[in-house]
Design a protein around this ligand. Structure first.
Ligand code: SF4
Length: 289
């Protein structure tokens, strides 16, 4: 019998790469262990993403900044905030980010995809993922695709983040095959600082990211098989304690997580609402890999 393809998304692969135990809690254990409550920073990020999706759903003639308050209010996610006051402050800040950001966009530009699912199969993986935006821009030999990812965390992004992102590389690899057009450029659009950092992949650098993803998939399959064959699940999916534990949804059920400092669900948003320091090198100039 041929090996079954490993069906995955970027977050599934990242969960295992970050911590095999977190992967197990999320995707293997059934019933799944209880997760912690919602995080306000996730709510804020989702709200901004939703508003930008709504922006592109408007006809170009209606893409005015004045549409943003209604868009943001209509899809606002209000979970995890400390109180109404913090939530109102976050709403105002998100609106400012959006107003600044759409001021950089041409309302007539129609992306090729907004929250568009792209999928591709290799001999190991059946990958699918939802890209925030896929642009089609002119290139020297015709239209080229660009993967755009919105960011709303406090920390600015740098070019290494764009270059090293496995998710963006896999989106690019998949988009190139789905649309049959070159897709080598990936960009992080950081709304709190209004900065864009990008990276131009090569065929080789995309292949390297794909091979890493396939290696992770093989490790996961091997660990799952070991459990099926009777191995101790705690050994097959070991903990990987570190700074991520503080923000892990399974901190309360994981033995290693109990050691991590606890933070309130709104702590990261409190930091986001402080004045943001732009990264030292925010220009979109790229370094080819
Ligand atoms: S608390 Fe830490 S060690 Fe435990 S599952 Fe989460 S990330 Fe892994």
């Amino acid at each position: 019998m041929p090996e079954r393809l490993f069906v995955c998304t970027p977050s599934k692969l990242a969960a295992y790469a970050d911590c095999p135990r977190r992967y197990r809690y999320s995707y293997v254990d059934r019933p799944a262990p209880p997760r912690g409550g919602p995080w306000a920073h996730n709510s804020l990020g989702a709200s901004v993403h939703n508003a930008l999706r709504g922006w592109y759903a408007l006809p170009p003639g209606k893409r005015h900044p004045q549409a943003l308050p209604t868009l943001l209010k209509g899809t606002w996610v209000g979970e995890g905030y400390r109180d109404d006051d913090q939530e109102r402050t976050a709403f105002r800040r998100a609106l400012e980010w959006l107003e600044t950001y759409v001021g950089t966009l041409d309302p007539a530009d129609e992306p090729l995809g907004v929250e568009r699912v792209v999928a591709v199969k290799t001999s190991v993986l059946a990958f699918n993922g939802r890209a925030d935006r896929i642009d089609s821009r002119p290139g020297p030999d015709g239209p080229e695709l660009v993967i755009v990812d919105y960011k709303t965390g406090r920390a600015g992004q740098d070019r290494d983040d764009a270059r090293g992102s496995q998710a963006l590389a896999l989106y690019a690899y998949a988009a190139e095959r789905v649309f049959r057009r070159p897709c080598r450029r990936v960009e992080l659009h950081h709304l709190p600082t209004g900065t864009v950092v990008g990276h131009d992949h090569t065929e080789d650098s995309l292949a390297r990211q794909l091979h890493r993803a396939e290696a992770t998939a093989r490790d996961i399959v091997e660990a799952e098989r070991a459990v099926t064959d009777g191995a101790d699940p705690d050994e097959a999916f070991p903990t990987s304690p570190g700074s991520l534990c503080t923000w892990c949804d399974y901190r309360r059920v994981c033995p290693a997580g109990a050691e991590a400092p606890a933070v309130e669900p709104w702590a990261a948003v409190d930091r986001v609402l402080l004045p943001v320091i732009p990264p030292a090198d925010p220009d979109p100039v790229t370094d080819a890999d």
